[in-house]
Design a protein. Structure first.
Length: 443
């Protein structure tokens, strides 16, 4: 005789089902009598979630697509927020794509959907994480390199390690790692739904950032590569290696310019500021910078014109006291500069004893000065446009002196000559005569 009792469903029974949690939210998946079996499909009006659903919370590795904010996230959740390692794809409205989760209505369709999502959460996420870990290791080495330069452990001027690092950060090679070409992509660590820790960002402009984040902003050490072909982003720099604070560059950094020029030093207000070194095909500079330009004390070696300068700079030009020398010709200048040219008081010396001391203007001898040539003849008087111009006194090694006028380096008219007494003249006796330097020297 039947008791009318309902036969119990075995706890091991797994069936497909859909639970209506609210008028706009459905929970789909495979269920046991005690709850969801493994991953579920959580479908709402604004987003779709596929992954573990523990204690009514998103928990573990999952795939999340938001229809309103237009992003897809593949990665770890903890208590309903993105936390841990993951991949974030931010789309534009015209290119946003997602799986038609609302069309899943049977166990077969759920199994097909589950397979695709599991591939994203498994193989593909593992591949991205492997690439992420390799770049994280590279970044760690880069930070040690920059720290060594900043602390003085590595001498400034030893560019090979830093240039080698920038060489590894080849834009086209890194671009191959980008998960999607139609979205902003972030691969890395998250906490509380925000980028936090080490991550890799592929910008919509084509730029790439590899480095540390704090509360969704670049903060800490990182490497930024600009897309030179982008119409939206045309900076002077191609690769930046250094520190950030709230998306702004800071501290001590390395910058590889689009021209191939290389800078290593301090950064202020997102540009060169403080002490640093700059190397290019045309010159090398070590010294102080302000607002991206050479300013303050520094040393420049010009590789094209083969000279060096050490002294004060202002807005990339020689300004104030400085020393300029040409090693090949043995010529040296010590004195004042203005707007990149010799101006004010200065001294010029040559390899054979030539020497000038006096006034300079627009890079040439101008004003009063004293000049001695290789033969020991000394001229003291007026100069203009780099030549003897005006009245002056000439003293010869044998004691003879001449006071005369010069025009464009040539004597004009006769001069008053004072000859030495051992040549038959009385001491201080002068005569007006025509002469040239060679004759006067041999008197």
């Amino acid at each position: 005789m039947s008791t009318g009792a309902t036969k119990a469903v075995p706890a091991s029974t797994i069936v497909y089902g859909a639970i209506q949690l609210s008028p706009t939210v459905q929970l789909k998946g495979m269920f046991t009598p005690v709850g969801p079996h493994k991953d579920v499909l959580y479908v709402s009006k604004s987003f779709v979630y596929f992954g573990p659903f523990v204690n009514n919370c998103f928990e573990g590795d999952a795939v999340y697509s938001d229809f309103e904010q237009l992003f897809t996230y593949v990665g770890s959740f903890r208590l309903n927020v993105k936390e841990g390692f993951g991949l974030l794809l931010q789309y534009t409205k015209s290119t946003f794509e997602y799986k038609p989760a609302e069309q899943v209505t049977s166990a077969i369709e759920f199994a097909s959907y589950s397979t695709a999502m599991q591939q994203l959460m498994g193989t593909q996420l593992a591949t991205w994480k492997s690439r992420w870990e390799k770049l994280k290791s590279t970044l760690s080495g880069a930070e040690e390199l920059i720290a060594d330069f900043a602390s003085g452990k590595t001498r400034l001027g030893e560019y090979a390690p830093a240039l080698d690092l920038c060489g590894k950060m080849r834009y086209e090679e890194l671009k191959k790692l980008q998960p999607s070409r139609t979205a902003y992509c972030y691969i890395g660590e998250l906490k509380g739904d925000m980028r936090e820790g080490f991550g890799i960002s592929f910008m919509k402009t084509g730029d790439i950032y590899i480095g540390k984040y704090a509360k969704n902003k670049r903060t800490g050490f990182g490497i930024y590569l600009w897309n030179e072909k982008s119409e939206e982003s045309k900076p002077a720099s191609r690769i930046y290696v250094g520190y950030y604070t709230n998306n702004a560059t800071a501290k001590f950094s390395a910058v590889l310019q689009s021209s191939g020029d290389f800078y290593l030093g301090q950064i202020a207000n997102s540009t060169f500021g403080g002490k640093g070194e700059y190397i290019s095909e045309l010159f090398k500079y070590r010294g102080e910078f302000k607002q991206g330009k050479r300013a303050g004390h520094g040393r420049l070696v010009d590789l094209r014109d083969a000279y060096s300068y050490e002294g004060n700079f202002e807005s990339d030009t020689f300004f104030g006291m400085g020393a300029q020398s040409w090693e090949a010709g043995g010529i040296k200048y010590l004195g004042e500069f203005r707007d990149g040219a010799k101006a004010g008081k200065g001294e010029i010396s040559g390899p054979d004893g030539e020497h000038f001391e006096g006034d300079m203007k627009d890079g040439t001898l101008n004003g009063h000065g004293i000049m001695k040539n290789a033969k020991g003849i000394v001229y003291e008087g007026a100069f203009a446009q780099g030549k003897l111009n005006g009245k002056g006194r000439v003293r010869f090694p044998n004691g003879a002196e001449c006071v005369c006028e010069f025009v464009d380096g040539l004597r004009k008219g006769e001069g008053v000559v004072t000859l030495p007494p051992e040549k038959g003249f009385k001491r201080g006796e002068s005569r007006a005569l025509t002469f040239d330097f060679d004759v006067a020297t041999n008197i």
